[in-house]
Every structure is written in structure tokens, then in C-alpha cells.
Design a protein around this ligand. Structure first.
Ligand code: CAA
Length: 588
């Protein structure tokens, strides 16, 4: 089924991007809008986007001219009488999509394929509104369509194989990586993305953390190209609301019930970047430039305590990383381990890391030597009697940590800040083990601490503001990016990340898609650095399982409960890369 002329209906964010990418690959496009004003706006979007591509060296001026020359802009549906394929990209309304495709069905030649770019509506429902359901398929692009290289090809129970093949070939010709899947709300990527986005909105709505901190945490903690709230602005809050609503109605999973603020923003006309305002305010409608972002790293802090000397308790990966970072940044560090041997091993590990930095040319030899001079090891907590700040990074066991805080309370000088680097335990439990809960705060570093810029500063109901500000100031001194949040399981990053990973396992368990296709969807469709299964195998399934359990026990959300597949893999000892086998086999 040769495709050379394509109709694109609806020139909003998605339609304009789709028309651009099709024309870019040498096909002629009939681009249709319902009014001349909407048509002019769509044309302007394509002109601006291709202009940007030229400015970035991605497209030559001649190719841009040719690309634009291949698009016929019109408000006349009858222009579709000579196309081989129609892609509708109007707003997410089932009735509208059905009505449009029914009309297109009467105009397009009998051989033409009718495709919908719906993100979540039933392709089957849309197909049966035409006289050629076997010729109807979903071709779902990702925003921005000219940039993201993933496409979901959605086959219904009646789509013919010939049509699926033609759609797959068409997507490949556009330089996209297609994956063929069945007709289920959200398909692969949105089904995994929108639970996470909705959760981030509810965190923001409940003021658990600021919008900047939520977005920065996911960018810096997970390497995502955008934070969830800014991504929602890009997707369009009206579209996001419709997707969530459809997913909720199909699956009745309350994690997909749109957070109330989404509806309020849409009702107020604040539909995201395209309308100039959503969670953020933009320079102009459609502009990526945010004008009201608060630079949380430079906000003025209240009074802070002086911190020069630091104790790090522990000798594992995190303790070594944290001690390394503090000593490099100019703090005097005492690392306390359970034994002199362990302390010596930890110091040697840190020194090796510095030597490697010097070998690679990323660390000056004199900075390494100075840092070495500021770091010492010990096996006695009594050494911490004079330090200004203690960061504990011992095993994630509440009883062990509690006992340590009792000890620190006895040992440390009044006014010392006592921090825990726990990633999952309630910091308040540690605070009340001391006689000074106001001085206890969470400082959640990410692994590897030297590389990861993010630190979550966790404020319990008892933590003094001065202690939070001191912790934030210390992070700034380390060159880290501090975000502040409340004392809830998973803080920001793990609470948003792990339910998504669990959803991916559930999708695999349901045999909706393969691990390879799911990983591909999230990497190519959303720009994630790793797919969920790659990441789970790196993190360790035992670790993921423990975090998932903690989240479930705290929030009692059925959707957070670890999936049977994850449990079975952990039981079998297949815990990821470290054991040679997890979701994938690494033994060979
Ligand atoms: N054609 C080709 N290339 C272009 C281009 C165009 N028209 N416009 C820009 N580019 C290139 C740029 O040159 C740049 O390439 P280099 O990095 O090699 O220079 C790259 O594309 C990125 O462009 P920008 O600099 O303009 O943007 P950025 O670096 O700030 O990234 C972003 C912006 C691509 C949006 C990125 O933040 C991102 O990938 N975010 C995640 C988006 C996402 O998750 N999308 C999925 C949403 S869900 C969805 O869409 C489905 C649904 O149904 C709702």
C-alpha cells in the first residue's frame, strides 16, 4: 500500500508537528483546519518550528522551503479526495473524532487508510463510525512530533494486517520507531506516563513541595528532560485532563482520576504552554520561555547555623559518596564506621575515587590532596562530639538508625544538625529518638553522590526552619541542588518514580507489550534516559520491591502494591544486574 499523499486534520500542537514531520520526509501533505484563523495559526507553528530547526542546523533553508512547499493548507475537506492516508489530530473528543472520520470516509478514496492520533480514546469506537473499520488504525505520535522518534501503531480487532503493515512502514519512513499494540486506553507510554503526571499534580496541589522542586527533582534525580508539571504544560492541560479521564473511566484506577486542580486550570482557560499559562506562565502563547519560575537555589534563606565540621556515619556506598562530596567541597569530615578496619577501607575507597578523578583530568591533584587532608576515619562516635553536622548513612533499618540517633543525641554538641540520608524511613521516627527533634532533618542524596546534583531536604513536623535552611545552605555549599519536601514515604523522587516502575511491571504481566517495547516507548516517546526494565535491573529488584512495599504500606494505594511478578523475581534471586539476571539475563 504505497503512501505518497497524506491528509492531516487539525493543526494544533500535535497536528502541526505531524504535518511538519511528514512533509519533511518528502510526502505531500494536505493540512486541514476548520477556520482560516486556526489554519493561519497552524501554519505559523510549522513555520516557527522549521525556522528553529534551521537555526539549530537541523534543516537547510532550501529543505525548509521545499518542506513548506509540500504542504497545502486548506479548510476544504474535499481536498482529501486524492490522499492515501488521513491522520486526524483534532482535540480528544470521541464524538468529534467519530464525526470527522465519518465525513472523511465519504470523501477519501476507497484505498485510503484512516488514522487517528488519539492518545487514549478507543480506536475501535472511532473505526466503527466509518464504513471501512478494517482500514482504520491508530498512529500515535509524541509531542514534539518532529523531535521524538517513537510512534504507537494501534491495531483494533478489525484492523487489517495490510493496514497495520502500511502504517508501520509509513512511521519507519518518517524516521520513527514504531511499536504495534492493541487498543487500550493510554496505549503503552501514556498509560505509564499519566499516573506519574497526575501524582505529581496532587503533590503540588497538596503543597507537599513547590512546582519548581517537583520538576527539578525529577529532572535531576531521574535525568528526565522535563519535570512533570512543565511537561503537562507542554502536552496541554485540556488534553491531559481528557487522557486521564478516559483512562480512569476505562480502568477505574483512582490514581488516574484527574487531580481537581487540572480541571480548574482548564476551566479557567489556563491550558498550558499553548495558551501562555498553565502551571507556569510563558512569555507568550506557544513560547517555551517561562517568566515566573522561582529560582529556588538562590532564594534568600533565614538565619542558618554555621557548618564547617561534618561527621558521616557509615561505610557503605552512600556514606563514602557523601563523605567524598563534603571533603571535596571544603568541609572537615570525620567518617565513623563500625570498626577501624571498615573506616580504613572506606577512606581507601574514597581516595581511589579521587585518584581516578585526577587520572581522568576532572580533578586537580592539589584539590585531591587538600580534600585528603580534610578527611579522616574513625570507629568511635565520640569523635563527633564537636561536629556541626552529622549525616548518617547506615543500613536502612529503623531500629539500627534509631539506636544511632539515641547515641548521637548523647554525643553531639548542642546545636549540631543531625541528618539522616534515609531514602524510605520516616525521619520523624529518628527525630523523636533524640531529645532535640527540631535539629533532625533528612538529607537524601542520590547514588552516586559525587555525580548526582540532587538532594532532597526533608522537613518533619518537628524540624526547625533554621535547621532546614542550614541543610539547604550546606547543599548549596556542596554545589548540589536542594529541593524541600515533607516527611512522606519516597519523598518526591521515589514516590513518583517507583509506582511508575510498578505500573510497567503490571503492563508486562498483563502481556500488553514486551519489556523491549515498553523500554523503547519511554526512552523514545518521553526522552527518558532508561526504560523502566533497564532501570529496575540497575536499581536492583530487591531494592525496588522494598521501596514499593514502603510506599504501599504508607499510602495503602492498591496500585502501589508490588506486583506478583516483581515479588517472584526477588524470591527467585533474580534481582537485576548485580545477580546476573532480572527482567533481562546478563549472564552471557
Ligand atoms: N525539527 C527537527 N529537530 C528539531 C526541531 C525541528 N523542528 N526543533 C528542534 N529540533 C532539535 C533541536 O535542534 C535539538 O537538537 P540538539 O539537542 O541536537 O540541538 C532538539 O531537537 C531539542 O530541541 P530544543 O532545544 O528546542 O528543546 P530542548 O532541548 O529544550 O528539549 C523537548 C525540549 C524536546 C520538549 C524535551 O524537553 C523533551 O523531550 N521533553 C519530554 C517530552 C515528552 O515527554 N513528550 C511526550 C509527552 S506525551 C505525548 O506526547 C503523548 C500524548 O498523547 C500526550
Amino acid at each position: 500500500m504505497a503512501i505518497s499523499r497524506v491528509g492531516v486534520i487539525g493543526l494544533g500542537t500535535m497536528g502541526a508537528g505531524i504535518a511538519e514531520v511528514i512533509a519533511r520526509h518528502g510526502l505531500s501533505v494536505v493540512a486541514i483546519e476548520s477556520s482560516t484563523a486556526a489554519l493561519a495559526h497552524g501554519r505559523e507553528m510549522i513555520e516557527n518550528s522549521t525556522q528553529r530547526a534551521v537555526a539549530r542546523g537541523k534543516l537547510s533553508e532550501t529543505d525548509r522551503r521545499d518542506l513548506l512547499g509540500r504542504i497545502t493548507f486548506t479548510t476544504d475537506l474535499p481536498e482529501l479526495s486524492s490522499v492515501d492516508l488521513v491522520v486526524e489530530a483534532v482535540s480528544e473528543s470521541l464524538e468529534l473524532k467519530k464525526a470527522i472520520l465519518a465525513e472523511v470516509d465519504r470523501i477519501a478514496p476507497p484505498h485510503a487508510i484512516l488514522a487517528t492520533n488519539t492518545s487514549s480514546l478507543s480506536v475501535t469506537d472511532i473505526a466503527v463510525a466509518t464504513s471501512r473499520p478494517a482500514h482504520v488504525v491508530g498512529i500515535h505520535f509524541f509531542n514534539p512530533a518532529p523531535i521524538l522518534s517513537f510512534v504507537e501503531i494501534v491495531r483494533t480487532v478489525v484492523t487489517s494486517q495490510e493496514v497495520v503493515d502500511a502504517a508501520t512502514e509509513f512511521a519507519t519512513r518518517l524516521g520513527k520507531k514504531p511499536v504495534v499494540i492493541g487498543d487500550r486506553a493510554g496505549f503503552i507510554a501514556n498509560a505509564l506516563l499519566f499516573g506519574y503526571l497526575n501524582h505529581a499534580v496532587s503533590m503540588y496541589e497538596s503543597r507537599y513541595a513547590s512546582r519548581e522542586d517537583i520538576d527539578d527533582a525529577m529532572r535531576l534525580g531521574c535525568g528526565y528532560p522535563m519535570g512533570p508539571l512543565m511537561l503537562l504544560d507542554l502536552i496541554g492541560l485540556d488534553t491531559a485532563y481528557e487522557i486521564l479521564d478516559t483512562m480512569y473511566k476505562q480502568g477505574r484506577d483512582r490514581l488516574h482520576a484527574p487531580s481537581p486542580i487540572l480541571k480548574q486550570l482548564v476551566t479557567a482557560g489556563l491550558r498550558g504552554r499553548k495558551s501562555g499559562r498553565g502551571f507556569y506562565t510563558y512569555e507568550a502563547p506557544g513560547s517555551p520561555v517561562v517568566v515566573d519560575r522561582i529560582d529556588s537555589q538562590n532564594t534568600e534563606l533565614g538565619p542558618v547555623r554555621e557548618v564547617q565540621t561534618v561527621g558521616v556515619v557509615g561505610s557503605g556506598t552512600m556514606a563514602c559518596g557523601i563523605a567524598e562530596v563534603f571533603a571535596l567541597a571544603g568541609f572537615d569530615v570525620t567518617l565513623v564506621a563500625r570498626s577501624a578496619d571498615r573506616a580504613a577501607t572506606a577512606i581507601a575507597t574514597i581516595e581511589r575515587s579521587w585518584d581516578k578523578g585526577v587520572e581522568k583530568g576532572v580533578l586537580a591533584p592539589e584539590d585531591r590532596d587538600a580534600a585528603r587532608g580534610r578527611l579522616r576515619g574513625s570507629s568511635s562516635l565520640r569523635e563527633l562530639s564537636y561536629v556541626d553536622l552529622v549525616v548518617e548513612a547506615v543500613v536502612e533499618d529503623l531500629e539500627v538508625k534509631r539506636a544511632l540517633f539515641v547515641e548521637l543525641d548523647r554525643t553531639c554538641k548542642p546545636g549540631a544538625v543531625l541528618a539522616s540520608s534515609t531514602s524510605s524511613l520516616p525521619v520523624i521516627d529518628l527525630a523523636v529518638a533524640t531529645g532535640r527533634p527540631g535539629d533532625v532533618v533528612g538529607l537524601h542524596f542520590f547514588n552516586p553522590a559525587r555525580v548526582m546534583k540532587l538532594v532532597e531536604v526533608v522537613q518533619t513536623v518537628a524540624t526547625a526552619q533554621e535547621v532546614v535552611d542550614t541543610a539547604t545552605e550546606v547543599c548549596r555549599g556542596l554545589g548540589k541542588h536542594a529541593v524541600t519536601c515533607g516527611d512522606r514515604a519516597g519523598f518526591i523522587v521515589n514516590a513518583l518514580l517507583f509506582p511508575y516502575l510498578n505500573d510497567a511491571v503490571r503492563m508486562l504481566e498483563a502481556n500488553y507489550a514486551t519489556a523491549d517495547d515498553i523500554d523503547l516507548a519511554m526512552k523514545k516517546g518521553c526522552g527518558y534516559p532508561m526504560g523502566p526494565f533497564e532501570l529496575l535491573d540497575v536499581v536492583g529488584l530487591d531494592v525496588a520491591h522494598a521501596i514499593q512495599r514502603t510506599l504501599y504500606l504508607e499510602f495503602r494505594e492498591p496500585g502501589f502494591a508490588p506486583t506478583p511478578r516483581l515479588e517472584h523475581l526477588v524470591t527467585a534471586g533474580y534481582v537485576g544486574r548485580k545477580s546476573g539476571r532480572g527482567f533481562r539475563d546478563y549472564a552471557t
